[in-house]
Ligand binder design. Structure first.
Ligand SMILES: *[C@@H]1O[C@H](CO)[C@@H](O)[C@H](O)[C@H]1NC(C)=O
Length: 319
């Protein structure tokens, strides 16, 4: 009988924690600054608009400050609390300039949050991508987040603020976008160290792990097999054939098309991470099926997940 007590407690804990989180007072956004990277489109764009509406002072980093997304934010900025800035996270001087801008326009309550959202994705088997692609991915997704974090850490410590990182359930396994997975898994570990170290300063570190939301953002548009094929080296072409590439691309595109369409679910989690009195270390925003896959990865030997993933792709065979 008593053997089930720990299990019962385990089941009761999440609803109790939720109740406590709801009871505690929310944060007052007025007079607090948040910097978001990658606001041209996708979650960063949606979050910039949402935080502005909530009353935050928003610094919206855009790769293309003259682009369509940035211009839409500028129109919203009429109220003066939302500022669009040029921010290429791979450029140290952009990051420095962003810090200068924040410092010179600091609202009364100081710097509250950094949202490392900027990211890129691609499709392809490991040997299909060039070394330059790997460098680019690491520079944007991983080093980009580290670069901004290092720059804003002193301010975050001073104001006991929050850092939000975009990861993915794809940090646990990979299905066609291994390069992206690799950078997200690295971010997870970077955060694990940072979260523990920042605790003593009252700085909270949160990770958002969306499932498949490819349809809500521009991060991964459907792939063209033709394009992938043309980029393969002669050595790769000798091993793979066009049909194989086409089949893999079809499979990947069909996965993308099954993605969720409500990006606001992810933005809700980002807002909670920034405003909740007791933010979670990880927000997994995914379908039950996607969560089940993560569960399998965590609990079973690697061979189990490998079998599931190879079964999912078994229609595609190398001729
Ligand atoms: C990565 O691949 C998975 C599985 O094919 C897909 O669901 C997801 O949307 C992709 N994510 C990105 C950012 O490319």
């Amino acid at each position: 009988m008593w053997a089930v007590a720990p299990l019962l407690l385990l089941l009761l804990l999440p609803p109790l924690a939720r109740l406590w989180r709801r009871r505690a007072a929310r944060l007052e956004p007025a007079g607090r600054a948040v910097l978001i990277t990658g606001c041209d489109s996708g979650f960063g764009h949606l979050l910039a608009l949402r935080l502005h509406r909530l009353g935050f002072t928003v610094f919206a980093g855009c790769l293309y400050p003259d682009g369509e997304g940035a211009r839409r934010l500028q129109r919203e900025a009429a109220a003066g609390r939302l500022r669009v800035l040029r921010l290429d996270v791979t450029r140290a001087r952009d990051v420095l300039a962003a810090k200068e801008l924040v410092l010179s326009h600091m609202p009364e309550r100081g710097f509250w949050g950094l949202v490392n959202n900027a990211g890129i994705s691609t499709f392809g088997e490991t040997g299909w991508l060039s070394m330059e692609k790997y460098e680019k991915f690491t520079d944007v997704n991983l080093l980009g987040s580290i670069r901004t974090t290092l720059a804003f850490l002193p301010l975050l410590r001073k104001y006991k603020g929050r850092i939000v990182f975009m990861s993915s359930i794809i940090a646990y396994f990979s299905l066609g976008n291994g390069t992206y997975s690799m950078t997200k898994a690295a971010i997870e570990k970077f955060c694990d160290a940072l979260r523990l170290e920042m605790k003593k300063f009252g700085v909270r570190v949160c990770i958002i792990q969306p499932g498949n939301y490819a349809r809500c953002t521009k991060i991964q548009p459907p792939i063209s097999a033709e394009e992938i094929w043309n980029e393969l080296s002669e050595e790769e072409k000798a091993v793979y054939n066009k049909e194989y590439v086409q089949e893999r691309v079809n499979f990947f595109n069909s996965m993308l098309s099954k993605g969720s369409t409500n990006g606001n679910e992810v933005v809700d989690a980002m807002v909670d991470a920034l405003t909740s009195p007791a933010p979670k270390a990880r927000y997994m925003v995914a379908k039950l099926k996607e969560k089940a896959l993560v569960f399998v990865c965590a609990l079973f030997p690697t061979i189990v997940m490998d079998s599931i993933l190879s079964y999912a792709q078994s229609k595609v065979k190398l001729a």
